[in-house]
Design a protein around this ligand. Structure first.
Ligand code: AMP
Ligand code: GLY
Length: 577
C-alpha cells in the first residue's frame, strides 16, 4: 500500500483529476488523503463525491503534523502557502506550476503570460523546496498561445495540461510495475535496464528464457487476454513488447482494451512490418524513397515481371521470421525461388510477393520512438545480418553509433521529418518504435524495410550506448512525454557480438551444454535460446547469447573462452561503409 497526501487550498480541480486518473486505473494499492488549509474550500465537496478522506488543517499546525508523519509522496495541488524547510525535509513534496519555470514564479503566472502577449505558456512539475517554485524540474510542457484566446480559454488549456500530466508524473514517482514480454536477448537487455531503474517497483516477465527469468516474476498465461487480466491483477503500469509476433497478433489492442499501457504497435500499425506492400504504399504517399517494386501473385507472371528489373530482389509480402528476402545475382535461382515463394514456401506470407530493384550502398538502422505526438530518434547503428555463407540471419552483431557524414546527415534529417509527418497524418496513436532499415547509396537514403519494434541485436548496443534511465524513456513514451526526454550518449562506440549455434540460420542442434562464461564489469551478456537444468546452461539452437561492451577485445576474450561445442560468432566486427 502506498500513501499519498494531497495538499490543496481552493477549487481542487487538480485533486479531482489525480483521483479520477487512479480510479480509472483501478489502483486499489494507493491510498489518497487530502489536507486543506482553508475551511470552506470547494475541494472538500469534490473529495466527498470521490469518497476520499479529507481534513482541514490550520496552517500553523502543519509543522506538528508533518513532524510525525511519513508519506510515499506529498502532492501540492493548488496549495497557496509556502512550506518551511523543516516541513519540506520531512517528506518528498512535489508541486505543479502554470508556467515554464523559471519564468513567472509565484502568483498569477497564467495572467502574466496573457497580458504580456507571450507566445508560449505551459506547466512545470517540480520537487518543492522552501523557496517558491524552485526545486528540481521533473517535467515541463509548453503550450503555444493562440493570440485570439481569452484569458479564460488560456486558463482552460493550461488546466487540461495539468490534469493530463500531473497524475502521470505521480504514477511514475510512486514507482512502477512493469511487464516485459518476449524471450530473446533483446528482451533480456530491456529487462536488465528496467531492473536497474530508480522508478521500478516490481518487474514481471512473460515468456522470458532461463537466462534472465531471475530478473523478475514470471507470469504464465494461456492467451493475450489472459495475460492482460493477470497484468491488471498485478497493477502493472506498463508493458513492453519485444517481438513483432505479439504485435501482429494484436497484443496491444487487447491490453489497451483493459486500459493497460503498452509500448508496441497495434494490429493496424504492425502492418508496416507485417505487410511489405502496405509499407511501400505509405512510403509512396509521403515521398519516402524506396526501391522500385512490383507486386506479384501469379506464377504465370514470373518471367514477364522479372524482366522489368536489372537486379531483382524478391520479398514475401508477409512475416517470414526475417527470412523472407531472397537476393542472388543468378537470375535463374531468383526465378526458382520466386516460384517456391508463390507456391507457399512461407505459407500465406509468401503467396503474395514483391519484386524490387537491388540497391547498392551501406546499411544503417534508425530507431525512432513515437508516443502519439512526439518522435525522438536514437543514434544510428549497424546490424550484421549476413553469415559467412551469405545467408540472411536475424542479426549476428551490431555497432552503435554510426556516423554517416554531414551531407548524408542533411538527407537523414529530411527523412526524419517525413516519417514524423507520416505518423502524424496517419494519426497513429499507439506508442511504438519505428525501425527504419535504411540503405545509404551514392545519391540518397532509401528505406529497405520497416519494422515496428526494437531490433535484435541492435537493442543490446543502443540500450547500453544511451545511459538514460530506460524505464523513464519507456514511461514517457507511453504517456506522450517524449518531448522532455534528453538522450545521454556515453560516447564510446558500443559493439555486440552474437554467439550462435553452428548451422544458424538453418538447422541447429539443441540441448548442448554451455560452460565457462566469464563475467566482467565492462561487458554485458544477454541470453536468447537457452535453458537451465540443475544449474547447468544448455543451448536450444539458433542465436544463443549476445556479448556487449565498449571493449571489442574483451568481447572476443569472453567469446573465445566460452566452452560450447556448436559455437560460432562473427570475427572482427567493424562498421561497413
Ligand atoms: P529486409 O528483411 O527487408 O530487412 O531485408 C533483409 C536484408 O536484405 C536487408 O537488410 C538488405 O541487406 C537486403 N535487402 C533487402 N532489400 C534490398 C534491396 N532492395 N537492395 C539491396 N539489398 C536489399
Ligand atoms: N536485427 C534485425 C531485426 O531485429 O529484425
Amino acid at each position: 500500500m502506498k500513501n499519498v497526501l494531497i495538499l490543496a487550498s481552493g477549487e481542487g480541480s487538480n485533486f479531482e483529476a489525480i483521483i479520477k486518473y487512479f480510479k480509472k486505473l483501478k489502483r486499489e494499492d494507493i491510498n489518497f488523503k487530502l489536507i486543506c488549509n482553508r475551511e470552506n474550500a470547494n475541494v472538500f465537496k469534490r473529495a466527498q463525491k470521490l469518497n476520499i478522506e479529507a481534513n482541514y488543517l490550520k496552517f500553523s499546525d502543519f509543522d506538528d503534523f508533518f513532524r510525525t508523519r511519513k508519506f510515499d509522496l506529498v502532492v501540492m495541488a493548488g496549495f497557496d502557502r509556502i512550506l518551511d524547510e523543516s516541513i519540506i525535509k520531512s517528506n518528498v513534496f512535489i508541486n505543479i506550476h502554470p508556467s515554464i519555470l523559471p519564468k513567472y514564479k509565484g502568483l498569477n503566472a497564467i495572467k502574466k503570460a496573457f497580458v504580456n502577449h507571450d507566445e508560449l505558456s505551459g506547466i512545470t512539475v517540480h520537487y518543492a523546496t522552501k523557496d517558491v517554485d524552485e526545486g528540481e524540474i521533473i517535467y515541463q510542457k509548453s503550450l503555444k498561445i493562440n493570440p485570439k484566446w481569452s484569458l479564460k480559454k488560456l486558463e482552460n488549456e493550461i488546466h487540461k495540461l495539468e490534469h493530463y500530466y500531473y497524475p502521470r508524473i505521480i504514477e511514475k514517482l510512486l514507482t512502477l510495475n512493469v511487464l516485459v514480454i518476449g524471450s530473446g536477448a533483446r528482451e533480456h537487455c530491456i529487462a536488465e535496464k528496467i531492473s536497474n531503474s530508480k522508478f521500478l517497483n516490481k518487474l514481471y516477465l512473460a515468456d522470458c528464457n532461463d537466462g534472465f527469468c531471475h530478473l523478475g516474476e514470471k507470469i504464465e498465461y494461456v492467451d493475450y487476454f489472459d495475460l492482460a487480466l493477470k497484468a491488471k491483477e498485478k497493477n502493472i503500469n506498463l508493458a513492453i513488447v519485444g517481438s513483432e509476433k505479439y504485435l501482429s497478433e494484436g497484443i496491444c489492442n487487447i491490453f489497451k482494451k483493459q486500459n493497460i499501457k503498452i509500448i508496441g504497435a497495434n494490429k493496424k500499425t504492425a502492418k508496416l512490418e507485417s505487410s511489405k506492400l502496405y509499407a511501400k504504399k505509405l512510403m509512396k504517399k509521403y515521398g519516402i524513397k524506396t526501391a522500385p517494386y512490383k507486386k506479384i501473385k501469379f506464377k504465370k507472371d514470373i518471367d514477364k515481371f522479372l524482366s522489368y528489373f536489372k537486379n531483382p530482389v524478391i520479398k514475401a509480402d508477409g512475416l517470414a521470421l526475417g527470412k523472407g528476402v531472397y537476393i542472388n545475382s543468378d537470375k535463374n535461382k531468383v526465378k526458382n525461388e520466386l516460384f517456391n515463394y508463390l507456391s507457399g514456401k512461407f505459407q500465406e506470407a509468401s503467396k503474395t510477393c514483391l519484386i524490387e530493384e537491388k540497391l547498392f550502398g551501406y546499411e544503417v538502422s534508425l530507431f525512432s520512438f513515437w508516443d502519439g505526438q512526439n518522435l525522438i530518434h536514437l543514434p544510428l547503428c549497424q546490424d550484421f545480418k549476413q553469415n559467412d555463407d551469405g545467408l540472411n540471419t536475424g542479426g549476428l552483431a551490431s555497432i552503435c553509433p554510426v556516423y554517416i557524414g554531414s551531407e548524408n546527415n542533411i538527407k537523414l534529417e529530411k527523412y526524419k521529418n517525413k516519417i514524423n509527418k507520416m505518423l502524424k497524418t496517419e494519426k497513429i496513436n499507439c506508442p511504438f518504435i519505428l525501425y527504419s532499415g535504411l540503405i545509404i547509396t551514392k545519391d540518397d537514403i532509401y528505406v529497405l524495410e520497416y519494422n515496428v519494434r526494437l531490433g535484435d541485436p541492435e537493442t543490446q548496443v543502443l540500450l547500453n550506448y544511451i545511459e538514460n534511465d530506460w524505464l523513464e524513456i519507456f514511461f514517457a513514451q507511453a504517456n506522450k512525454m517524449l518531448d522532455f526526454v534528453q538522450l545521454k550518449e556515453v560516447n564510446k562506440e558500443t559493439t555486440c557480438v552474437v554467439m550462435a549455434s553452428r548451422g544458424y540460420p538453418l538447422k541447429t542442434r539443441k540441448n548442448i551444454e554451455i560452460n565457462n562464461i566469464i563475467y566482467d564489469k565492462n561487458a554485458k551478456i544477454y541470453f536468447s535460446n537457452v535453458k537451465k537444468e540443475n544449474e547447468k546452461l544448455y543451448s536450444m539452437g539458433g542465436r544463443v547469447l549476445s556479448v556487449v561492451s565498449f571493449d571489442k577485445n574483451l568481447i572476443y576474450k569472453i567469446l573465445d573462452n566460452i566452452d560450447f561445442e556448436e559455437k560460432i560468432f562473427k570475427e572482427n566486427v567493424e562498421i561497413i561503409m
